[in-house]
Design a protein around this ligand. Structure first.
Ligand code: IPM
Ligand code: MG
Length: 367
């Protein structure tokens, strides 16, 4: 029997998780998936209980589970505590401990939300872009790191950006494979754009060379292009539809995925999957814990609900239930229901709803 560990986390985490769990339970029954749900704590919630952001019992449960569903972590309450045990460290540690090196972030525009984007509708209509972000390496994990005091008494902060060939190849393969699958599904040519800063950073010079070799040896049928990270940021707002799959390292992927998310109108809509080499995954919304609106029933639960769909698709290989959730989300948008982040006050026929009402509406569509 398969198990799913839910980690609600902090801020809006518990609210969005309540709605996502209700959806997961509903499809679990409807499609007789036989999933068992368990709960654990991570981030600030875990610090409050156990003194560390990723307690041993949470890690054990996560290792034992087939998939993990995560809300969000962090908040001002824990900003002052020592760096090594901040809530975010719990998130980074669980990614690393579970070997979740491949982070997939899909920026797909729901046609109903074309007016919610800050870009012109013609620039983004039909947008469907996948960012493949390396998640367990690069500058996020490189050693040495820290803040040291120099001889003159001045402080100096330092981090190290490192990638081994094997790490680059591993994430490259995920991107090439997904590009092939997407091209087949869409009847288009497979293409990926590798984002680097090879004009300045040696580590990404190796990244670029490795991608080129991988394409030549294993994926000659996939078109590979390269772009510097700064230009990629610019191109993403200038003409996002030139991209299909973007593959990049941990830090550039963090930045580009927030930017890509916003193209679709709101980061509150974007799910993500973080996968290991065997398809085990952790699924989470791309947004953070939004402490400013926590506990006010204002959060958009759709990114977490759509993360449930990704989980069913990628870990449990159950396309029908995944598609049913995505359809239900599209249906509530058709009905004009909007949380504050995707509300457009100039458009008629829209109803502003809270987190709970939005979740319940999705549930109702699932029948
Ligand atoms: C993300 C987040 C995290 C990251 C933070 C919360 C550590 O921004 O998942 O994109 O930087 O990876
Ligand atoms: Mg981020």
């Amino acid at each position: 029997m398969a198990t799913v560990l839910t980690l609600a986390g902090d801020g809006i985490g518990p609210e969005i998780m309540t709605q996502a769990v209700a959806v997961l339970k509903a499809v679990n029954e409807k499609f007789e998936l036989g999933l068992t749900l368990e709960e654990g704590d991570l981030g600030g919630a875990a610090i409050d209980r156990a003194g560390v952001p990723l307690p041993e019992d949470t890690l054990q449960k996560a290792r034992a589970a087939d998939a993990v569903l995560l809300g969000a972590v962090g908040g001002p309450k824990w900003d002052g505590i020592e760096r090594s045990i901040r809530p975010e460290r719990g998130l980074l540690k669980i990614r690393s401990e579970l070997g979740l090196f491949a982070n997939l972030r899909v920026a797909k525009l729901y046609p109903q939300l074309a007016n919610a984007s800050s870009l012109k509708p013609e620039i983004i209509s039909g947008l469907d872009l996948l960012i493949v972000r390396e998640l367990t390496g690069g500058i996020y994990f490189g050693e040495p790191r820290g803040i040291r005091t120099l001889e003159n008494g001045e402080q100096q902060g330092y981090n190290t950006m490192v990638y081994k060939t094997s790490e680059i190849e591993r994430i490259g393969k995920v991107a090439f494979e997904l590009a092939k699958i997407r091209a087949k599904a869409n009847g288009t040519a497979a293409k990926i754009c590798s984002v680097d800063k090879a004009n300045v950073l040696e580590v990404t010079e190796l990244w670029k060379q490795t991608m080129i070799k991988l394409q030549q040896s294993e994926y000659p049928e996939v078109e590979l292009s390269h772009m510097y990270a700064d230009n990629a940021c610019m191109q993403l707002v200038r003409d996002p539809k030139q991209f299909d799959v973007m593959v990049t390292g941990n830090m550039f992927g963090d930045i580009l995925s927030d930017e890509a998310a916003m193209l679709t109108g709101s980061i509150g809509m974007l799910p993500s999957a973080s996968l290991d080499e065997n398809g085990k995954g952790m699924y989470e919304p791309c947004h953070g814990s939004a402490p400013d609106i926590a506990g006010q029933d204002k959060a958009n639960p759709l990114a977490t609900i759509l993360s449930v769909a990704m989980m069913l698709r990628y870990t449990f290989k159950h396309e029908v239930s995944a598609a049913a959730i995505e359809q239900a989300v599209s249906d509530v948008l058709d009905d004009g229901l909007r949380t504050g982040d995707i509300m457009d006050s100039d458009e008629t026929g829209l109803t502003l709803v809270g987190c709970k009402q939005m979740g319940e509406a999705v549930l109702a569509k699932l029948g």
